[in-house]
Design a protein around this ligand. Structure first.
Ligand SMILES: Cc1ncc(COP(=O)(O)O)c(C=O)c1O
Ligand SMILES: N[C@@H](CCCC[NH3+])C(=O)O
Length: 464
C-alpha cells in the first residue's frame, strides 16, 4: 500500500523478494482504473494510450523521460471537488505546489477553483497565467519581505500567516503600502495524521503553524487583531498529505471550529472564513482506496455546521486545498528502458533514462508506484523487477518491487502512473540531468506545457 508504510523513510535495498514478496499481478498489461488516468487504455497493438495519444508517438515527438498530463482527467477531478462543495458557501483552492504551470493555472480557473500558492515563484506563474489575484491564497512558513510585498501589491485574496515574525513583517509592509491585506491564522491542531512523518503537519513539534496547545494560536489572533493594517478573516488548518481516512480531518476540523467559536466569543472578532487545508490521498497502487470528494465534503461541512449551530453562529465560508488529489492521478511519466540487469537469484534491475531527479518521492518517503510496459504489452512470465534511474546513487529507485514481462528489453517504454503531483514540481538537476518536458494530452492531441531543459540551459546558468 502507498500509505507510507515505512515511516523511517526510504526502504533499504537489502529487502530481498523473499522478505517482502509482492503479489504477481493477474495480467501485466491491465491498467487498474483508479491508478491510471481516466482516459488511459491499451491501443489495438497493446500500446499505452493516454488522452488519445500513444506512448510511442509521445516519446518520438517529445523524447523521454516525459511528464504527461491527461487534461480531461485533471479537469474532471477539479469539477468533482467543486461540485462536492457546491451546496455550501465553500471554496476549493487547488494547491499549486503539487504541479503548477501557466496552463494548469488556467485549467484551475476555468473549472471555477481558486489557487493556493506557497512562494513568490508560484505566485509569479499564477499571475503570468492571468489568474485573478483576489482568487489566490498565499502560504509559506517563511515568506520573505519581497514575497509579502508582491502579494500585498497585487492584492492576493488572503495571506495565511504562519508566525509572529510574519505578522510583524506583514503589518509593516501593509502600512508602508497603505493597504489592508486579509489574513487567516494557520493553526496547528495537534492532530497526529496517519501518514509519513515528513508530510504530517499538525502535530506540535514541527515548523508549520501556531499551536493551539501552547497558546501560540491565541496570541497570533490577538496580534493580528491589534495590527491596524491587517484584517483577520479566519483560521486555517492543514494536517498533512496523502491521507486516506476522515478521522484526522474530522478531529482537526472540530478543534479548529471550536477555536473559532472561542475566538469569536472572547474577542468579538468576525471570522467569516475557515480553511481546512488539503491532504487527500490518491491511489498509487491498486490496493489504495482514496476518499471521494463527496465523503470528505459531507464530513467536514457537517462538523463545522454542528459546531456553529450549537453556538448560534452563522456558518463560515469553508475552504479546502486539495493538490495531489487533482493533479496526481492525471499524470504519468514515460521512460525509455536503457539496461536490463538480472542479479541472479534476487531480482532484475530495469534502468530507465530518468530517476530520482524526476521522481524523488520513492527515495524521500518510501512511496510506492505502479508501472507498466507502455510501448507494447510484452510476453513471458511476470519477472520480479526493480525500476531504477540513471543517477549515481543506489537509492535512485523509482519502484521498489514490481513485475514486468520477462521479455522487457532496452528501447522499450515504461510508464509510471499517478506522477502528476510532486514529481515535476520536485524535480532537480542532480547529476546535471536536464529536467523533462511536461506535455498535456487531450482528444488525440498533445501539446507542450513546459519544454524539456537542455544542457545549454544548464550551462547558461553556470557563469563562473
Ligand atoms: C497548507 C497546505 N495546503 C494544501 C496542501 C496540499 O496537500 P495535498 O497535495 O496533499 O492535497 C499542502 C501540502 O501538504 C499544504 O501544506
Ligand atoms: N511533496 C510531498 C507532500 C508535501 C505536500 C506539501 N506540504 C509528497 O510528495 O508527498
Amino acid at each position: 500500500m502507498s500509505r507510507y508504510a515505512h515511516p523511517a523513510g526510504p526502504r533499504h535495498a537489502d529487502v530481498l523478494p523473499e522478505d517482502n514478496p509482492p503479489r504477481p499481478p493477474r495480467d501485466l498489461g491491465e491498467l487498474s482504473a483508479h491508478v491510471w488516468p481516466a482516459t488511459a487504455r491499451r491501443g489495438a497493438d497493446g500500446e499505452l494510450v493516454v488522452g488519445g495519444v500513444g506512448a510511442r508517438a509521445l516519446a518520438a515527438e517529445y523524447g523521454t523521460p516525459l511528464f504527461v498530463m491527461d487534461e480531461q482527467d485533471f479537469r474532471a477531478r477539479a469539477r468533482a471537488y467543486r461540485t462536492a462543495f457546491s451546496d455550501a458557501e465553500a471554496d476549493v483552492y487547488y494547491a499549486g505546489k503539487a504541479l503548477l504551470t501557466k496552463a494548469v493555472a488556467r485549467w484551475v480557473l476555468e473549472e471555477g477553483l481558486k489557487l493556493d500558492v506557497c512562494s513568490g515563484g508560484e505566485l509569479a506563474v499564477a499571475l503570468a497565467a492571468g489568474f485573478p489575484p483576489e482568487r489566490i491564497g498565499m502560504h509559506g512558513n517563511n515568506k520573505s519581505e519581497a514575497e509579502l510585498e508582491r502579494a500585498v501589491e497585487v492584492g492576493v485574496g488572503r495571506i495565511i500567516v504562519d508566525s509572529f515574525d510574519e505578522i510583524e513583517r506583514l503589518e509593516r509592509i501593509a502600512a508602508r503600502l497603505d493597504r489592508v491585506p486579509r489574513v487567516l491564522v494557520r493553526v496547528t491542531t495537534g492532530v497526529e495524521a496517519h501518514t509519513h512523518e515528513f508530510v504530517a503537519t499538525a502535530h506540535d513539534d514541527q515548523k508549520f503553524g501556531l499551536a493551539l496547545s501552547t497558546g501560540a494560536a491565541d496570541e497570533a489572533v490577538r496580534r493580528v487583531l491589534a495590527a491596524p493594517h491587517i484584517e483577520l478573516v479566519g483560521l486555517h488548518s492543514h494536517i498533512g498529505s496523502q491521507i486516506f481516512d476522515t478521522a484526522g480531518f474530522d478531529v482537526a476540523a472540530r478543534r479548529v471550529a471550536e477555536f473559532m467559536v472561542r475566538v469569536i466569543a472572547e474577542t468579538g472578532a468576525q471570522l467569516p472564513e475557515l480553511d481546512l487545508g488539503g491532504g487527500l490521498g490518491i491511489a498509487y497502487v491498486p490496493d489504495d482506496t482514496p476518499l471521494e470528494p463527496e465523503a470528505i465534503a459531507k464530513s467536514l461541512l457537517g462538523i463545522v455546521r454542528h459546531e456553529c449551530e450549537s453556538h448560534g453562529l452563522p456558518m463560515p465560508r469553508i475552504a479546502v486545498e486539495p493538490g495531489r488529489a487533482l493533479s496526481g492521478p492525471a499524470g504519468v511519466t514515460l521512460y525509455e528502458v536503457g539496461t536490463v540487469k538480472d542479479v541472479e537469484g534476487i531480482r532484475t534491475y530495469v534502468s530507465v533514462d530518468g530517476g530520482m531527479s524526476d521522481n524523488i518521492r520513492t527515495a524521500l518517503y518510501g512511496a510506492e508506484y505502479t508501472c507498466a510496459l507502455a510501448s507494447r504489452t510484452g510476453s513471458g512470465a511476470p519477472m520480479l523487477s526493480r525500476l531504477v534511474g540513471k543517477h549515481c546513487e543506489s537509492g535512485d529507485i523509482i519502484v521498489h518491487d514490481l513485475y514486468l514481462p520477462a521479455d522487457i528489453r532496452p528501447g522499450d517504454l515504461v510508464a509510471v502512473a499517478a506522477t502528476g503531483a510532486y514529481c515535476f514540481s520536485m524535480a532537480s538537476n542532480y547529476n546535471h540531468l536536464p529536467r523533462p518536458a511536461l506535455v498535456a494530452v487531450a482528444d488525440g492531441a498533445a501539446r507542450t506545457l513546459v519544454r524539456r531543459e537542455t544542457e545549454e540551459d544548464l550551462l547558461r546558468l553556470d557563469i563562473g
